[in-house]
Design a protein. Structure first.
Ligand SMILES: [Zn+2]
Ligand SMILES: [Zn+2]
Ligand SMILES: [Zn+2]
Ligand SMILES: [Zn+2]
Ligand SMILES: [Zn+2]
Ligand SMILES: [Zn+2]
Ligand SMILES: [Zn+2]
Ligand SMILES: [Zn+2]
Length: 288
């Protein structure tokens, strides 16, 4: 008989499954479980999801879909083409257990904790209660970072400095470094795995190095430099941006202002007071 059915209406399909739940989690693509395909507003072709569309067009007529512009979907259970809505107008299933009318987004896998952020203008995952929107950074961050991160304007509206994927609507988790710059969580782990502990954008130390610096202290104390190497050098600290004059050492040069070993050699400042910003040589040494 058709017509929209409403949540709570226990219209059963015959095997005890409420009608709106028929086929739940059984359809979709590698990106989403859903019971409809979308009609791409840009090329009028039918795709399982916007990522499938973007991947398919990446090799040819390269263009990306504007998710908010999707107007029509095709129900995967009854093949009816229809305007965007949660419930199929013909067979009455939920075409997505989660549905966002702004993003025209469907997903049967509600374990992901989808929610729409009106400030971001997109749907996110991870549970609304676990995130807040930082207006300065222009993105949603984990609640643990509320009043507890260095804001960088539009920090998420750029590409990951490691893999170059656009971060803002990336499906992968992101990590906010101490400096406020952001990258994928996985890319961060990969970077640390390769013994690089500094932000690729601003060179500041990206994680707590207290223990590591203490080890370097010990190592330096235990490694006496031969007399010919006992001279002073000027270093610029990547963490506090101050210069200091320190004993040359092969293992590392410690900033005398903040104790970081994330320093690089620099020329003697004009007034030698340590407060000017000198020109630096580009040999970035002692980056742990
Ligand atoms: Zn897909
Ligand atoms: Zn249908
Ligand atoms: Zn949304
Ligand atoms: Zn947001
Ligand atoms: Zn912020
Ligand atoms: Zn990345
Ligand atoms: Zn940074
Ligand atoms: Zn310093």
């Amino acid at each position: 008989m058709g017509g929209a059915r409403f949540p709570g209406e226990e219209d059963e399909a015959g095997d005890g499954v409420p009608l709106r739940d028929v086929g739940k989690m059984e359809h979709g693509c590698e990106h989403y479980r859903r019971r409809c395909k979308i009609v791409a507003p840009c090329c009028n072709e039918v795709f399982p999801c916007r990522h499938c569309h973007n991947e398919a067009t990446a090799s040819g007529d390269r263009h990306t879909i504007c998710r908010q512009d999707v107007e029509k979907v095709v129900c995967l259970l009854c093949d009816t083409k229809q305007p965007v809505s949660q419930v199929c107008i013909s067979c009455g299933v939920n075409m997505g257990e989660y549905f966002c009318d702004v993003c025209k987004f469907y997903d049967d896998d509600t374990e992901k904790g989808q929610f729409h952020c009106y400030d971001c203008g997109i749907c996110r995952v991870g549970g609304k209660e676990n995130y807040f929107h930082c207006t300065k950074c222009g993105s949603c961050y984990a609640v643990a970072l509320r009043d507890n991160h260095h804001c960088v304007e539009n920090s998420m509206r750029q590409n990951c400095p490691i893999c170059y994927e656009y971060l803002f609507d990336s499906l992968k988790g992101t990590r906010v470094l101490d400096c406020g710059h952001t990258m994928h969580m996985d890319c961060f782990s990969e970077m640390v795995h390769h013994n690089k502990y500094t932000c690729p954008i601003c060179s500041k130390t990206a994680l707590d190095m207290t223990h590591h610096w203490a080890l370097l202290d010990q190592e330096i104390e235990a490694t006496i430099m031969p007399p010919v190497y006992r001279y002073k050098v000027w270093v610029l600290c990547n963490d506090c941006n101050k210069v200091s004059e320190v004993n040359f050492h092969v293992i590392g040069h410690k900033c005398s202002h903040c104790n970081s070993y994330n320093t690089r050699s620099t020329s003697r400042p004009v007034d030698s007071s340590g407060s000017s910003s000198p020109s630096t040589s580009d040999s970035s040494e002692n980056n742990p």
